[in-house]
Design a protein around this ligand. Structure first.
Ligand code: MF3
Ligand code: CO
Length: 248
């Protein structure tokens, strides 16, 4: 069931979203060769708690951390660890924040120092895919119009949408209906209505859309070992132009 949010609920999600947006800005400054992903996680948890909020991911179905820190071929859900990021890597930072019972979820992918042309294009493609997806998130459109925009953008660059993972409704729970695939035929799926709150996730692989899960039970990587990038925003459906909640 898809829940429509009231303005007072959206206000709390906006507070949560602002923390997500500001945290991603601060994390970007910390991303340098030699940093351990666990150090980014520690910073993120302290940042979120300082604002009287709670990390949404920590403890969710047993997930152990505040961030997902997805390096290179990692698509989603990589657990922060002693892994050291190095020049030429790309790292996706995904974070959820819960403020007074309401969640916001956002992600960005950053280059570590100088990266290859392929990785630069991949980041550009995923950023553009999210932008195009958000453009389709308007009243009267359908969920798969959003999905199709991600797919279309990925293909324009010669890349593939990561097909095993989806965006999602969000609000009182981190994951609500509807799931939002990264591909699909336009004009299908649930109708988008004013007050729906959605976490749209553009996840794009340089090679095929296939993935596999590592033995930790969480980390999803590309099957072919090629890099993947993601961008995510939490938005509210409002007429022709959604409001983006996960902004600084
Ligand atoms: N943004 C991702 C998602 O919605 C991250 C979730 S991590 C988890 O799937 F631990 F909470 F699952
Ligand atoms: Co999400």
């Amino acid at each position: 069931m898809i829940f429509i949010k009231s303005e007072s609920e959206i206000k709390l999600m906006r507070e949560a979203g602002k923390i997500v947006g500001n945290l991603l800005l601060e994390i970007e400054k910390l991303i340098k060769p030699g940093v351990k992903t666990i150090e980014l996680d520690k910073f993120a948890e302290e940042f979120i708690r300082k604002y009287g909020a709670i990390p949404s991911f920590k403890g969710y179905k047993g997930y152990p951390s505040t961030l997902c820190t997805c390096v290179n071929e990692s698509i989603v859900h990589e657990i922060p660890s002693k892994k050291i990021i190095k020049e030429g890597d790309i790292i996706g930072i995904d974070v959820g924040v819960c403020f007074k019972g309401y969640h916001a979820d956002g992600a960005k992918t950053f280059p570590v120092g100088e990266v290859s042309k392929l990785k630069r294009r991949l980041i550009e493609a995923a950023r553009e895919a999210l932008k195009n997806a958000i453009k389709m998130a308007k009243e009267g459109n359908r969920v798969l119009d959003i999905s199709h925009a991600i797919e279309r953008t990925a293909k324009k660059y010669g890349f593939s949408p990561a097909k095993d993972y989806t965006g999602h409704g969000i609000g009182r729970a981190l994951h609500e209906d509807p799931p939002i695939p990264t591909y699909g035929p336009p004009g299908k799926g649930p109708l988008l209505r004013h007050g729906m709150t959605l976490a749209i996730e553009a996840m794009i692989n340089a090679g095929t859309g296939e993935s596999k899960t590592l033995r930790d039970g969480w980390t999803a990587v590309t099957k072919d070992g090629k890099p993947s990038a993601l961008f995510e925003h939490t938005i509210v459906i409002r007429g022709d132009n959604p409001e983006i909640l996960t902004l600084p």
